[in-house]
Design a protein around this ligand. Structure first.
Ligand code: HEC
Ligand code: HEC
Ligand code: HEC
Ligand code: HEC
Ligand code: HEC
Length: 482
């Protein structure tokens, strides 16, 4: 009689009863999900290309650990069932078989577990990998969830249409991953119970700082210098008269001799401000850290109370808040569409009529589509029957463009309309920008104790080479007009 260790003695009955399909499947489930989970943790901790997608929490924190536990529960259940069955048959062994690969029953059990673990691992691993790739894709963020329709629509036509949502919204690092998981779960609950806010606003405080997002791709010190902006506008008269603005924008940056100039040369890493609202539109004080270590605080003369509110370090997103989700103003949208020919500027009053139609209130995008088309047709049928008869095609094309403009910018279901999303890019100019933008600080009203004021001199930011001019000479100089 060979001597058995104590351990083997106590293991023998477990392995004997454990050799049943239920326990073996349980064991295989547990080991396979453990392998997938460990693989995911390793990739996420040490590897590149790990994912912080908020919704992956469902897969890696709920589903796979759930399978792991399920497997663990199946093992004793199988043991218990087999024990009871053998007991009922009166077939309980008086001595349990040896543990060893030479024992054919034991070997078959081991082979089954190894084979099932392997198959489970392939299935779970492939499924998890595919879910990660799917949940990280912009179409998951933008389309699965209908409440994202406004942002998804704007995103597709933006310069970032090939940058994944998670690049800007989640950033990298452990704290970002944890925060994203918390937010993701909260959002899934809000969508399930329809308690999400309309319109959805992103207070800048919940976005990742630009350093972890924008600056991963764009250098903050890139020198741009002057940037020429040419704007074409159409009038509300019968002829839709054309005028132009031409601006030389002093964008500047940091040049090769480290000199800072213009718009990009200032602001970054130097300024902190205090706002009284969550969307950072009312700024009461700005602190500027000077190179000599001192700080200059500019305070709005409209503000009499204590300097209290939300504080933020200024970065790219304070100006580029619409870097990806660019919502146009109705005027800019129709002007831009007319410069490329539709609505056709030859149609009388098409600017005035078109603007009125896209600015009217509709209950849904579908209703807008019908009413905008009907409205434009009615106008030409009643006021310009000859043109209506001769240029039916142009009227239909104009209606189509107007509907497209509306559906690109207005989402009644999400309470997103013209001007819902503010823009930090320019400043309140009638018809162009409803938000104060730069003038939140550059209003000539933010002054320091020693009497300095944040400038509102037009020429510090741009030279207005032409303003509302029909035929500016500069356009022909630039070869942009005969
Ligand atoms: C290049 C960076 C970038 C990418 C890519 C990006 N976003 Fe954004 N997103 C932003 C910024 C910046 C804001 C903040 C805008 C503001 O404060 O007004 C924002 C705001 C939002 C908001 C809040 C509503 C709003 O406009 O303020 C939602 C919702 C949103 N994004 C969804 C998405 C979805 C869905 C995708 C992918 C289809 C995506 N984002 C891709 C930068 C990005
Ligand atoms: C993953 C890389 C990536 C990230 C992150 C990113 N961008 Fe971009 N950005 C690009 C690319 C690529 C383009 C397109 C360049 C082109 O088409 O010429 C672009 C274009 C732009 C443009 C337009 C340039 C032009 O010529 O009109 C602006 C403005 C901009 N990005 C600002 C931002 C801001 C602000 C953020 C942070 C909220 C950001 N980007 C985040 C890659 C990125
Ligand atoms: C004080 C406001 C402000 C800040 C802060 C700011 N920008 Fe800009 N940026 C502008 C303006 C204004 C333009 C020109 C807009 C236009 O072309 O209509 C611009 C243009 C750009 C462009 C296009 C340049 C080109 O060659 O046409 C890129 C890219 C860009 N910014 C990236 C960034 C990044 C990245 C940051 C943060 C590191 C940043 N910006 C910070 C105001 C700002
Ligand atoms: C949060 C407040 C804030 C916002 C918003 C802001 N700025 Fe500034 N900006 C400042 C401060 C503060 C200074 C430094 C003033 C000083 O030193 O006298 C400054 C300086 C500048 C300068 C350099 C002025 C000089 O005398 O050389 C330019 C150009 C400029 N800003 C352009 C812009 C543009 C364009 C925008 C909007 C796209 C903008 N700023 C938005 C706070 C702001
Ligand atoms: C703090 C900087 C700053 C100051 C000061 C400033 N502007 Fe601007 N302005 C801008 C920027 C940035 C844009 C361009 C926005 C864009 O990219 O379309 C702009 C655009 C414009 C436009 C074109 C319309 C539009 O919104 O696109 C006009 C007109 C204009 N400014 C007039 C003025 C006049 C007049 C003054 C002086 C009373 C002035 N601005 C002062 C930064 C400034």
């Amino acid at each position: 009689m060979p001597q058995f260790s104590r351990l083997e003695k106590s293991l023998r009955p477990v392995l004997f009863y454990g050799n049943n399909p239920t326990s073996l499947i349980g064991g295989a489930l547990t080991t396979a999900s453990a392998f997938v989970l460990i693989g995911f943790w390793v990739v996420n901790t040490f590897g590149r290309g790990g994912s912080n997608n908020p919704y992956l929490g469902i897969l890696f924190d709920v589903f796979l650990p759930g399978l792991f536990v399920l497997g663990l529960i199946l093992i004793p259940i199988g043991i218990w069932l087999r024990h009871n069955r053998l007991k009922a048959l009166g077939e309980l062994p008086s001595i349990y078989p040896r543990i060893g690969l030479r024992d054919p029953v034991f070997r078959r059990g081991i082979e089954m577990v190894v084979a099932a673990t392997f198959i489970n691992f392939i299935i779970l691993g492939t499924a998890s990998y595919r879910s990660v790739a799917y949940m990280d894709s912009p179409s998951f963020c933008g389309q699965t969830c209908h409440v994202m329709a406004p942002q998804w629509t704007a995103y597709q036509v933006s310069p970032h249409s090939h940058v994944a949502c998670v690049e800007c919204h989640i950033g990298s690092g452990f704290d970002a991953a944890v925060q994203a998981k918390v937010n993701g779960t909260k959002q899934l609950i809000e969508v399930t119970f329809h308690t999400y806010p309309t319109p959805i606003l992103a207070p800048l405080s919940v976005l990742r700082p630009a350093r972890a997002t924008c600056e991963e791709c764009h250098s903050p010190t890139h020198f741009v210098g002057e940037k020429l902006l040419v704007e074409t506008m159409y009038g509300d008269d019968e002829k839709n008269s054309v005028t132009h603005n031409i601006l030389a924008l002093h964008l500047g940056g940091v040049d090769s001799l480290s000199r800072q100039s213009g718009i990009h040369g200032h602001h970054l890493d130097q300024y902190e401000y205090v706002a009284t609202d969550n969307t950072y539109q009312t700024i009461i004080a700005v602190s500027k850290h000077n190179p000599d270590g001192s700080t200059t605080q500019f305070v709005s003369s409209d503000w009499k109370g204590p300097i209290k509110g939300v504080t933020r370090q200024m970065d790219c997103i304070d100006c580029h808040d619409q870097a990806t989700h660019t919502f146009q103003t109705a005027e800019d949208a129709i002007d831009e569409a007319m410069t490329v020919g539709s609505p056709n500027p030859a149609l009388p009053f098409v600017h005035k009529q078109g603007l009125a139609l896209i600015q009217a209130q509709y209950a849904s995008q579908a209703e807008a589509a019908t009413k905008i088309a009907a409205g434009l047709n009615d106008f030409y049928r009643a006021q310009y029957p000859a043109i209506y008869a001769a240029q039916r095609g142009a009227v239909d094309a104009a209606a189509k463009s107007l509907v497209a403009i509306y559906q690109r910018n207005v989402f009644p279901e999400m309470k997103v309309t013209w001007g819902t999303y503010t823009s930090g890019m320019g400043h309140s100019a009638p018809g162009h920008n409803p938000s104060p933008g730069c003038f939140r600080c550059h209003d000539g009203n933010h002054t320091s104790k020693d009497g300095k004021t944040i400038t509102n001199d037009c020429s510090v930011c741009h030279n207005l080479l032409a303003s509302d001019e029909a035929n500016p000479k500069q356009l022909s100089d630039l070869g942009m007009q005969q």
